[in-house]
Design a binder for this molecule. Sequence first.
Ligand code: SAM
Ligand code: SF4
Length: 454
Amino acid sequence: MLKFYLQTYGCQMNIYESGVVRRVLADAGLTETADEHDADVLLMMTCSVRSHAEQRALGRLGTFRALRSEHAGRVVGVLGCMAQRFAEALVTDHRADIVVGPDEYLRLPELIRNVQAGTTGLTSTVPVEQRVATRQTSECYDAVMPARGLSRDGDCPQNPVSAFVTVMRGCDNHCTYCIVPHVKGRERSRPLASVLAEAERHSANGAKDITLLGQNVLAYRDGSRRFPDLLAAVASALPRARIRFLTSHPRDLDSSLLDTMRRLPNVCPSLHLPVQSGSNTILQRMNRGYTREEYLAKVTLCRKTLPEVALTTDVLVGFPSETEADFKATLDLIEEVRFDFAYMFRFSMRPGTRAGEFEPKVSESDAGRRLSRLIEVQNRITSERNRDMLNKVFELLIESPSPRDSGWLGRTVFNKVVIVKGNCAPGDLVRCRVTHINGWTPVAEIHAPTAAVC
Ligand code: SAM
Ligand code: SF4
């Protein structure tokens, strides 16, 4: 029986796609191994959002090639965004055996068999233009129930109680800096019934924290049903599970979503609302579709409707033409909103995107300095917000043993990870009191067990 090794780079959507690949390979009779030396097939699920992620994957591809030279018949494959972006060049310049784009995973077993039969250098990527033309039939892997990976999938820790369900693929937004629409194609939503069935299966398999995923879930539609309808359907069908979702485009956020969240007790009060910049000039050049003032008004609406909501964001610095004044506007916004957490990035030029052509570029040193300053400010705010948790009691869903000490890692409904000491197991819901902060991680002790979820 053939064994495969799969490494995942990138975001939650890639973890999900790796689950699809696992199922496709398992159904074809392959088994997964956590040891690359033991594998017949070496695969990587790649990300093209920033150049750094691509460079890391190309470095790893070198290791895969070295392993192939030690063992005749080993197959090396590149999957996902880089497969779509580089296509044949991954075969000709980087000597991959198979290259499989995001809509072609069902063909993997056939491609692997072909390579083993002696036909190397096969690519299976569909040009984005073609996918646009076949939008109605674009692949959503509706019939594939993603399989759970090994305890650690490359960079991505896995735990037995959380699950992701992709509700839509692709993106129609065309932010000028972003490669996603170029590699993942047009936006298409899965039928509500199929999302619901998948969430129910995860729940039956033990998942207690389910995250609905999409590049902009607020663009979801199935006939007349929109994302709040989907959220309500999943949350009502699984009243004992915590339900989350990612990512919400600020432009599309409205009171119908917030009212739905308020109404449903098991929808977690946390929102990821990427702002990208606090400067109107830059937001416009990014084609984000909102102004700073509109964004702040949405934050006010969120906090008015859901007073305890945890807000997180993405911020991008060093975008072409960003001035010190633009950057200061971003810092001011960060101070004003006081996000619970932020993912912060330095602009990475992506070939083929409109911003790739924009001038003037911000120098590496200015962009690096701005990013360091931004991280410093946000880290202070994150740490202050975590300090607000001191001496309060939270319900934690225990996920996994803490890697650095003898405790456990648990998650609050606000998506905060807490270390807890005591006798627990993954899947337990425990009431904990936060006793101190270690670095910026809250540390808690068990207060009393609870029965009810959320
Ligand atoms: N769909 C989500 C949204 O609208 O915000 C985000 C998806 S994107 C894959 C995740 C984050 O990567 C973005 O929010 C942005 O901050 C960052 N990102 C995207 N393109 C980038 C680029 N060219 N350079 C640096 N960061 C980038
Ligand atoms: Fe990229 Fe913008 Fe689409 Fe997010 S919304 S995936 S940042 S184009």
